[in-house]
Design a protein around this ligand. Structure first.
Ligand code: DLL
Length: 433
């Protein structure tokens, strides 16, 4: 099957806009009525809800931020009474207090359908055996992908993350055809497979659906080759729903946003004005169907750009480019803005490097100082000092040319750097900010 919901996924722009405005009006009226935070915000900004009659009017509505979610911990932003909530998830809160989100029965049903869309778009169907190696629990990854996978009728292996050798054994024995996890964990699996003497050609794997963290095109190629699969990217965030907000089709060229459920804007994070179509900016999302936890103009802090060309797959929803990073991931080195994914892409292009690196960030005289630790293949690491130095110089030169600023580089032995079962964290921040 090519589409999960062809009528919607391929709808005309006019029909979509009509549906979006109707759903937007319903959503703002609902939150205005049931959520004091939104009611107060609307009245402070003097927004008359009756006057929101076109999609352009969206810009008159106030933003919602992570801080607003925290201040309303745990249930302050719920738009239905708890008795109508059937599921609660929470984001990990690595950068502060956790946030809590809820779902009604209809929300879960919509969520499953939206995940079913991305699975179908990625080539997966009822005949597939899907191994879900995202954590099951408060994180939305495991359960989110799980219910969507059941909805398409696939056979689901709810293995959760971790215990990598067992994952691989099961993958082999149960003839897994689709792997679902973070791209970091997919790479770790490839390493452990090698240790176990298992060749991916001997497995039944065909597809990989990866998300929950930024990754580069180079990393995709590496995963495709090592696991012998078609790897697609999918995006979401707990505040908005979880996985299933956007996902790639098998063209592997940008993520289709389910625009019948989410309105997106791409704004300049400094001025909060729209960027030119195709320019990079912060993704801001308004939910159109969520009942328990709607969000209005939620600032995701994720950076992306619109891909303006239509996709050959026939889906008409807007496509966004893979997330290049978050506004809060950005490093400023000698005044130049640098994202970890940029460094990743450059490193992976250099022969002899492994797809594992760390960025150590320190603060010296009010400037970020970055040292790149990168794993290199054994033959280089154990080579004469001179050859190693040549390699360091080459990496430094490439980074300087492409980033526009110099960084320090250190080569490390294979397997020296940490591997991840879930979201990777390659930036070691030693700044005392
Ligand atoms: O990571 C939801 C998810 C689970 C998405 C499984 C895809 C697959 P949170 O834990 O709330 O939710 O983290 C959301 O992760 O704002 C992005 O910064 C990042 N992120 C998620 N997907 C991608 C992706 C889940 N495909 C935060 N590419 C988001 C880059 C991603 N970053």
């Amino acid at each position: 099957m090519k589409y999960w919901d062809e009528k919607r996924e391929c709808m005309s722009k006019e029909d979509l806009e009509q549906l979006q405005i109707e759903r937007l009006q319903a959503t703002i009226n609902r939150v205005g009525l049931h959520v004091p935070f939104y009611r107060n915000n609307f009245s402070e900004q003097k927004v008359d809800l009756e006057s929101i009659t076109s999609l352009d009017d969206l810009r008159r509505l106030p933003f919602t931020t992570k801080q607003d979610l925290r201040e309303n911990y745990p249930y302050g932003l719920f738009a239905v009474p708890l008795r109508e909530v059937v599921r609660i998830h929470s984001s990990s809160g690595t950068t502060g207090m956790a946030t809590v989100v809820g779902y009604t029965k209809d929300d879960i049903n919509n969520w499953s359908n939206l995940v079913a869309r991305i699975l179908t778009a990625a080539g997966v169907g009822a005949e597939d055996v899907i191994q879900i190696a995202f954590g099951y629990g408060l994180f939305t990854g495991g359960f989110g992908l799980h219910y969507g996978s059941e909805m398409i009728g696939a056979s689901v292996i709810p293995i959760s993350s971790g215990n990598t050798r067992r994952q691989i054994q099961i993958m082999q024995d149960f003839k897994t055809t689709a792997l679902v996890c973070t791209p970091s964990y997919a790479l770790k699996m490839a390493d452990i497979m090698m240790d176990m003497g298992i060749n991916s050609n001997g497995l039944s794997l065909k597809f990989g659906l990866f998300g929950a963290e930024p990754w580069s095109e180079k990393m995709r190629q590496e995963i495709n080759e090592r696991l012998n699969i078609i790897a697609t990217d999918n995006y979401g965030l707990s505040e908005v729903m979880g996985p299933g907000v956007a996902g790639e089709c098998t063209e592997c060229n940008g993520l289709h946003v389910s625009e019948d459920h989410f309105l997106i804007e791409i704004l300049d994070p400094a001025t909060l004005e729209p960027v030119e179509p195709g320019e990079i900016g912060e993704l801001v999302i308004t939910t159109l169907t969520k009942e328990a936890f709607p969000v209005i103009r939620y600032r995701t802090r994720d950076l992306t750009r619109l891909l303006v060309e239509p996709c050959p797959c026939g889906r008409t929803f807007k496509r966004i480019q893979r997330i290049t990073g978050r506004t809060d991931d950005m490093l400023i080195i000698k005044g130049v803005n640098v994202f970890p994914t940029q460094i990743e892409s450059i490193l992976f292009d250099i022969e002899g490097t492994q797809p594992h690196y760390n960025l150590i960030v320190e603060r010296e005289h009010n400037e970020d100082k970055v040292t790149v630790l990168v794993e290199v293949v054994e033959s280089i690491f154990f080579d004469a000092m001179k050859k190693q130095r040549t390699m360091v110089d080459l990496i430094k030169k490439r980074l300087a040319a492409e980033l526009g600023v110099g960084v320090n580089v250190k080569l490390v032995e294979e397997r020296r750097l940490e591997r991840f079962n879930g979201k990777g964290n390659r930036v070691i921040d030693k700044r005392e900010l």
